[in-house]
Design a protein around this ligand. Structure first.
Ligand code: 6PG
Length: 232
């Protein structure tokens, strides 16, 4: 079921994603979630931490990342570092439930290691959180490297087209194999690509990696604020 929801407030949007996670978790012993990076998740993680600080379920949440910049975890560019600041430092996720991509390692070695880890521990993911780049990228697969989407590998190394910073990223088969996929997109800068992708405009899946997110489960949710949805 593809569901596109436009929220009049960020708080309502975050509450909806928290509810989705609650529903995926249910009374299951544990679930595997792949987190998105960049800046959009910061406010969601703050909200989630505040809303569920005493929930008592954090030992049943196993956290992975969809991509990571090849930088040390204490770098301001690190997705893990961002998550530590906005979520992990506030809630009692056991250390053994945190599976970070080691950005400080050799990228090729880390891509193999993390891919094997996902294959062993988290296939399929119960939920993959995704962001949307202004250019239509998602995780660290960009329009200029869209062919990497179809890699047979679970994790690959890619480089950001503008700053050249290497990234380790999951690939299309991991995303489309997930039980649930949730895009979180806010702001006017996303509106053009949201329209192109959500409306499934002709050719979008040839150009934008985010347009190739079509989980076999059919469970894809677009959580948008009014600005990101302003061209729908
Ligand atoms: C990353 C992300 C990336 C992000 C989009 C949106 O490491 O940058 O995983 O895919 O989700 O670029 O980024 P913003 O949330 O900062 O707009």
């Amino acid at each position: 079921m593809e569901k596109v929801t436009v929220f009049s407030s960020h708080e309502a949007m975050y509450a909806s994603l928290v509810e989705l996670i609650d529903n995926v978790l249910g009374d299951r012993p544990a679930i595997n979630i792949s987190l998105s990076g960049g800046s959009t998740p910061k406010a969601f993680f703050d909200y989630w931490a505040e809303a569920k600080r005493d929930a008592g379920f954090w030992n049943r949440i196993r956290l992975f990342w969809g991509d990571e910049r090849c930088v040390p975890p204490d770098s301001e560019l690190s997705n893990y570092g961002m998550t530590l600041e906005h979520l992990l430092g506030k809630v009692p996720v056991p250390a053994e439930n945190i599976f970070r991509i080691r950005g400080e390692n050799d990228p090729d070695t880390e891509a193999l290691r993390y891919g094997e880890l996902i294959d062993k521990e988290a296939t399929p993911f119960d939920l993959i959180m995704l962001g949307l780049g202004d250019d239509g990228h998602t995780v660290s697969i960009f329009p200029s490297s869209i062919d990497l989407w179809d890699s047979r590998q679970t994790c690959i190394v890619n480089s950001h087209p503008d700053n050249g910073i290497k990234r380790v990223t999951i690939t299309g088969k991991v995303i489309n194999g997930a039980s649930h996929v949730a895009f979180l997109a806010t702001g006017y800068s996303k509106a053009d690509k949201v329209r192109e992708i959500v409306k499934n405009n002709v050719g979008s899946s040839y150009i934008y990696p985010a347009a190739r997110v079509k989980p076999e489960s059919g469970n894809i949710y677009w959580l948008l604020d009014e600005e990101a949805a302003s061209l729908l």
